[in-house]
Design a protein around this ligand. Sequence first.
Ligand code: SF4
Length: 210
Amino acid sequence: MNPATPLALLAELTHRCPLQCPYCSNPVELERASNELSTAEWKRVIDEAAALGVLQIHFSGGEPTSRRDLVELVAHARASGLYTNLITAGVLLDAAKLKALVEAGLDHVQLSFQDSEAEGGDRIGGYKGGHVRKLELARLVREAAPAAPPQGTPPLMVAGGIGPDNVTAALTESGAWGVDVSSGVESAPGIKDIALMERLVARVKEGIEQ
Ligand code: SF4
């Protein structure tokens, strides 16, 4: 294993977000939408990442669903052989938009919660009704999983599960997620491409043993 080869690309597509969490890691001076990388530029970055040996792409922000080209970018990443994860606050997604992303090849949804209760979640995120929307998206994500998925695992899941006992798990960073995968395939039920994940697990283990 080449230790310089990254496992994952965190693609921060935009600084735009309808929420206003006080702990947000966005810079104080937000990049304007007109200054964001274009669709063609992101496709080039994805191609370069795949050529480097990157296995996963995490679409993030800001709120990545603010980008109109998200479906196109997910499709491009999947066609490039990358495992695709969407890190989202969830309030801009509805059934039709989720369906389009799934059809584009989205493998996994990581849905963030600001609190386990609606009152606290809406207050921290500064978005009235946001918590209810997140729960609705969680339901839609689970419904998007086929009744008899390949390898006995659904293609999509909400990261860490939904509920007061699992909220902290939903805040997992992409690196921690990768290490968690090394504990066994069963711990990543969003897996659709087992061969890809086995390669990832092997590379993570090699890195730990070095
Ligand atoms: S949902 Fe994420 S990007 Fe949006 S304000 Fe909160 S921390 Fe920042």
